[in-house]
Design a protein around this ligand. Structure first.
Ligand SMILES: Cc1cc2nc3c(=O)[nH]c(=O)nc-3n(C[C@H](O)[C@H](O)[C@H](O)COP(=O)(O)OP(=O)(O)OC[C@H]3O[C@@H](n4cnc5c(N)ncnc54)[C@H](O)[C@@H]3O)c2cc1C
Length: 485
């Protein structure tokens, strides 16, 4: 058999690999379990003429290479959107990323004084060792602001107390933000003049939703001779003598190849291996945990709704954690000027009560919570749909690093032609650009004999050609104030 590249998963990581391979005239076969749209977690769906993503998906990167790929993948280009996002807490809105004056005013003089004292205390005597998410945030913001602006939302997302969540998540997602930094901005910001553009206040977005770019990338792959099989969940990865020979789907079809790019969860990859790996590897795979996500999409009247692209709902009396209003992303996603699609996100585990509710109960809950928050009248919600995204968030618990390392070592040593990639495939809290970069580096490893460490894209370590430290990649630069992709 000549060279044949088999890619499991048509999300951003798999599609990026396919797109690059097709451009290098390689034979490409994409296998996707979903029968419908391309784009994985970043796909766009349609309901009553409204387009919506499964959660807010802005495009941002500090990598010129990724920016250039976006331009080529979507020839009509991406729009620039001025970001507006706030936290909703105790019936009030607070800008997010937080601004010092507004935050202190909003919480009132008593709590503001306590917040400043707490923060000073945390600076003078920080928690050591700084191990958990809670330690990390309390050290930078003090207890009061941690309780008000970080704890509830984070615990809704992850379903565990913040003291049990590894600090890596905070370090990756809210690095660079602290009360001291807010103070510096409050004092120096006005002196520096307005209008400075940053990743924080603007982002890129395709006119018809995040998935438009991925649909366009897939079209390009197909035009260049690549193939896709949808509705084919890969359940078996057969290997022999240190190489993957073929993958098999649930329908019993077998797909042979010379190179395999695998973007399913690491846990599912380990389960699919035939013959099975050693017990230590199986145990490590089973121990990696994820959070599932329910998105209840409602079509509502725009009039009374918030002007933000999304809001974080910190209120502990509702289960919804984030609400996205797609009319505020792109007017072209709505068929008329009176209505909009909103996505209400519920983070959960598939064995908790919420996940087991049927669609009509979930839509009723979403309508009732929207009304309870005072954001829209339930009767204005004309239609709805429920999406369940399994394994949407890789959990960074105390054991994840060790388990991931076991899997990385074993796969690296045992399967020469397998390239795990992407958010779930590397158990890494990746945004689209990072997921794409793992696809880019995997293709370079496969075709050019490079030895990039894809596992360390978006972690605190360097990812580099083996033996040398590569130039600092802009993708790894910190992003501020993005607590929940
Ligand atoms: C709510 C939410 C909001 C987000 N917001 C942003 C944002 O604002 N900006 C940003 O850049 N990123 C954001 N992200 C992250 C972004 O969605 C991911 O980084 C990106 O989708 C990861 O791409 P991937 O290809 O690695 O994985 P996925 O998108 O998960 O794609 C994997 C694909 O593989 C398929 N698959 C899985 N297992 C199998 C199997 N066994 N057989 C066949 N097919 C299989 C899946 O169906 C899926 O299509 C967000 C994520 C979520 C959940």
């Amino acid at each position: 058999m000549g060279e044949r590249h088999v890619i499991v998963g048509a999300g951003p990581a798999g599609l990026t690999a396919a797109w690059l391979l097709a451009r290098r005239n390689k034979e490409v076969l994409l296998l996707e379990q979903d029968p419908r749209a391309a784009g994985g977690l970043a796909r766009t769906m349609e309901l009553q003429g409204h387009r919506y993503d499964l959660g807010p998906h802005r495009f941002y990167t500090k990598s010129d290479e990724i920016q250039e790929m976006w331009r080529e993948m979507l020839p009509e280009g991406l729009m620039e959107v001025k970001r507006r996002t706030r936290v909703f807490y105790e019936g009030k809105f607070y800008s997010y990323p937080l601004s010092l004056g507004e935050t202190l005013r909003g919480i009132g003089p008593r709590r503001a004084a306590r917040a400043l004292c707490d923060c000073l205390g945390a600076r003078l005597s920080p928690r050591r060792p700084e191990a958990s998410f809670e330690d990390w945030v309390v050290n930078r913001f003090g207890r009061e602001l941690y309780e008000t602006f970080f704890r509830t939302y984070t615990e809704k997302v992850w379903g565990v107390p913040c003291a049990e969540l590894d600090k890596d998540w905070a370090a990756q997602r809210i690095r660079g933000l602290s009360l001291v930094e807010m103070l510096r901005k409050a004092v120096l910001g006005p002196l520096r003049g307005r209008g400075a553009r940053s990743l924080v206040d603007r982002f890129l977005y395709p006119r018809l939703g995040a998935g438009q770019l991925w649909e366009s990338a897939l079209d390009d792959v197909l035009r260049r001779g690549g193939r896709i099989e949808t509705g084919e969940p890969v359940v078996r990865v057969r290997h022999r003598a240190g190489r993957v020979e073929c993958v098999e789907s649930a329908s019993g079809r077998s797909f042979a190849g010379t190179h395999f790019y695998l973007t399913m969860t690491l846990r599912n990859l380990v389960r699919a291996l035939d013959p099975p790996p050693p017990p230590e590897v199986l145990t490590a795979g089973e121990a990696l945990r994820h959070r599932d996500l329910i998105t209840a999409v409602l079509i509502v009247e725009r009039q009374s709704l918030f002007p933000d692209q999304w809001i974080y709902v910190h209120a502990p009396d509702v289960r919804v954690a984030r609400i996205t209003n797609y009319a505020n992303w792109s007017e072209d996603m709505c068929p008329d000027s009176r209505t909009t699609a909103i996505g209400m996100e519920y983070f959960c585990a598939r064995d908790d009560g919420l996940f087991g509710l049927d669609d009509s109960s979930l839509l009723a809950l979403a309508r009732q919570e929207l009304e309870h928050l005072g954001l829209s009248h339930a009767k204005a919600a004309a239609g709805g749909r429920v999406h369940r995204s399994l394994d949407a968030y890789p959990v960074y618990d105390a054991a994840y690093r060790r388990n991931r390392e076991i899997l990385k070592r074993w796969i690296g040593a045992a399967l020469a032609n397998a390239y795990p990639a992407g958010r779930k495939g590397l158990h890494n809290y990746n945004s689209q650009d990072h997921a794409m970069m793992t696809g880019v580096l995997s293709v370079r490893n496969a075709l050019d004999g490079a030895r990039h460490d894809v596992w360390s894209v978006n972690t605190l370590e360097e990812y580099a050609e083996e033996g040398t430290l590569a130039a600092r990649d802009p993708l790894r630069a910190p992003r501020r104030g993005t607590p929940g992709n």
